[in-house]
Design a protein around this ligand. Structure first.
Ligand SMILES: [Ca+2]
Length: 346
């Protein structure tokens, strides 16, 4: 197996040590998390430049942040891992539960059946300002049936689980003895030690012509050239790892973080002494969507972009990129990974 590719099977069958063996200033030592059996890597703490002043407005301003060291899953939680969690706990995901009409004033009855939002490639070019052109609410769609009741995850055990709302991700993390990452932790890990770089691997999107992440090639959303080999999600480990040995920190699926969303980052600290340590994001009440005032569902930050991010439409396959997501959202391009903070090692 090439050293630049990560594999959950490598880390599951060839553990390199235990969590307490790890030298805390050295990154990249993948070991088994003894609770969930997932590969985790120690990310040494440090200060980095979070955000970007060169891309979308919500990524501004660049500001310094310090995070303590933490463990993070080497890849997004897979269908196989999520299935084990469900088998052991009986967890029923948000997308599988009946909806309360009180939470969705004005919604058509057909939209109140359990289900999830499924991406559908269009036949031709559409108005890119209207997401309804390619997102369909599909009753019966859920993590077990990603495209609807007639679909399943056979052959996709090693793909990231999708259609998980925030509380599903939280429940998984609690079961695994972990937490969801803050946005700062997630971005710091995604940068892989390349402070200030545009991408997880440097400043060139396709170094030497190589596609480094599962994104969308072609004119979105009607022409998926699939030059990376994948129309939808891909198995974790199909693309090169970043400098910390992490898979899929760009593309494949968006990943939940624990931070509430605000449309801008805080400004940079005036002095090194005042750089925020382990920030947890802004307050919940500011996270609501101002364009939809009748919907009072708070929004968390998701990171990393997905297989739907295209240079022509959404260049969010970058560590600084971020997007707000209502916490009840179950979509075919959102998954998650977990962290373990110091002092919580099993
Ligand atoms: Ca792709």
């Amino acid at each position: 197996m090439p050293a630049t590719l990560c594999s959950p099977f490598l880390t599951q069958h060839e553990p390199l040590g235990t969590m307490t063996d790890v030298v805390t200033d050295a990154p990249g030592q993948a070991i088994d998390d003894p609770r969930s059996g997932a590969g985790v890597v120690w990310i040494p703490g440090g200060t980095f430049r979070m955000g970007s002043d060169r891309h979308y407005p919500e990524e501004r301003p660049v500001h310094r942040v310090t995070v303590d060291g933490f463990w993070i899953d080497t890849h997004p939680v897979t269908n196989a891992q999520f299935a084990r969690f469900v088998a052991e706990t009986g967890h029923v995901t948000v997308a599988e539960r009946p909806l309360d009409p009180a939470d969705y004033p004005g919604a058509l009855p057909g939209l109140l059946q359990p289900g999830a939002l499924v991406f559908r490639k269009t036949e031709h070019a559409v108005d890119l300002r209207d997401l309804r052109n390619w997102w369909a609410y599909v009753p019966g769609a859920c993590w077990r049936h990603p495209e609807g009741p007639a679909s399943d995850v056979s052959g996709r055990a090693n793909h990231p689980v999708v259609h998980v709302a925030y509380e599903d991700a939280e429940a998984y993390a609690a079961w695994a003895g972990k937490d969801l990452p803050t946005e700062a932790e997630w971005e710091y890990a995604a940068r892989g030690g390349l402070d200030g770089a545009d991408y997880c691997w440097g400043d060139d999107f396709t170094p030497g012509g190589r596609i480094m992440a599962n994104t969308w090639q072609g004119a979105f959303p009607h022409e998926n050239a699939m030059l990376d080999g994948f129309a939808g999600t891909s198995p974790v480990g199909a693309f090169p790892t970043n400098g910390y040995g992490l898979c899929d920190m760009a593309g494949n699926v968006w990943e939940w973080t624990s931070d509430w969303y605000a449309a801008r980052h805080p400004t940079d600290a005036d002095k090194p002494c005042c750089v925020p340590l382990n920030p947890h994001g802004p307050a919940r009440d500011g996270s609501f969507d101002p364009r939809q005032p009748t919907i009072q569902i708070p929004r968390k930050v998701v990171k990393g972009g997905s297989f739907l991010c295209a240079p022509s439409y959404c260049q969010r396959y970058r560590p600084a990129a971020r997007q707000p997501q209502m916490i009840d959202s179950a979509m075919s391009h959102i998954g998650f990974r977990c962290v373990i903070r110091k002092g919580r090692e099993p």
